[in-house]
Design a protein around this ligand. Structure first.
Ligand SMILES: [Zn+2]
Ligand SMILES: [Zn+2]
Length: 293
């Protein structure tokens, strides 16, 4: 495949440049230097003049400025952690280990605008789906792929996303409960977003209430035909799932390990709901964090 010519290497011609600010937790988007200022359409005024039906001159917001601004807002409200500021789902990051996952993410991206207009999402010759659970050991690049996917959705496609760590998601839901909100009100912000990505699904020990409200959220997104994506260190088999060391209850010096599957971690209800809507994909390969020197 011949790569299309890219004029601005800083932003891949998206017009949006990403950066990190020391006091912020999340990567920040802003205009790239290649964006012409003033805007050639509105000459930098932010407005265009049009005639209404009575031929009176009225000012409207410049659609070009507005759309660029909107995409910057979308990326910033997705809340991508700083260390993933360079994740874009670049073709150069495709390799033999992530090839399948890469293909699936690209297929979703290609079909996402149609999906949001009510069309089904389907892999050729396979069943309909509404999401993906990406499983694999720590360091295989799951979060890197998903934050790159978030960039593509928000900046390139103009789709609203929330990228959120599992613990942070649960703490936000709990906060809603403490504020005296109803279940529907608690999950409402996570239903408003077109794409919800949960990072580190199943992390920590969770209460029945937390898993219950999470089940409500996932079911409601399913009913509304909304996508859900997740990464997790837990897999479907005890042999491949994350092995966690637990403190031995007795006086023996031997370390004890538990090997919970994702099914055990999130409970039967959530697991079967996700099974219904998502592809469960495995990501293997070397730990990329130790490879980087
Ligand atoms: Zn640029
Ligand atoms: Zn403009």
């Amino acid at each position: 495949m011949k790569p299309s010519k890219i004029n601005c290497l800083k932003c891949d011609d998206s017009g949006v440049r990403l950066s990190i600010l020391s006091r912020r937790r999340y990567a920040q988007a802003g205009f790239c230097d290649c964006v012409k200022t003033p805007c050639p359409t509105c000459k930098g005024s932010g407005f265009l003049l049009e005639n209404d039906e009575l031929q009176r001159e009225i000012a409207i917001t410049c659609p070009e400025c507005e759309e660029r601004e909107r995409r910057i807002q979308l990326y910033n409200s997705a809340r991508v952690p700083k260390r993933f500021v360079n994740s874009r789902l670049q073709e150069s990051h495709r390799d033999e280990n992530n090839e399948n996952v890469f293909e699936l993410l690209k297929l979703i991206l290609r079909n996402l605008p149609d999906f949001l207009h009510g069309l089904d999402l389907q892999r050729p010759g396979d069943e309909l789906f509404k999401g993906m659970v990406l499983m694999g050991p720590p360091g295989t690049g799951k979060t890197h792929l998903m934050t790159g996917f978030t960039f593509q959705c928000s900046v390139i496609l103009g789709i609203s996303c929330v990228f959120q760590g599992f613990s942070e998601l649960l703490s936000e839901l709990r906060q809603g409960y403490s504020d005296g909100k109803s279940d529907v009100e608690i999950i409402e912000p996570h239903l408003r977003t077109e794409l919800l990505i949960i990072d580190d699904l199943g992390k920590g020990r969770n209460t029945d209430w937390e898993l219950g409200i999470l089940d409500t959220l996932i079911s409601e997104r399913y009913n509304r035909n909304q996508l859900i994506m997740a990464t997790t260190n837990f897999t479907e088999k005890e042999e491949t799932t994350l092995s966690e060391r637990v403190l031995a209850g007795d006086k023996s010096d031997k370390d004890q390990y538990i090997n919970d599957t994702i099914r055990k971690r999130v409970g039967e209800r959530i697991y079967s709901r996700l099974q219904e809507m998502c592809y469960f994909e495995n990501l293997s390969g070397p730990d990329r964090r130790t490879e980087e020197v």
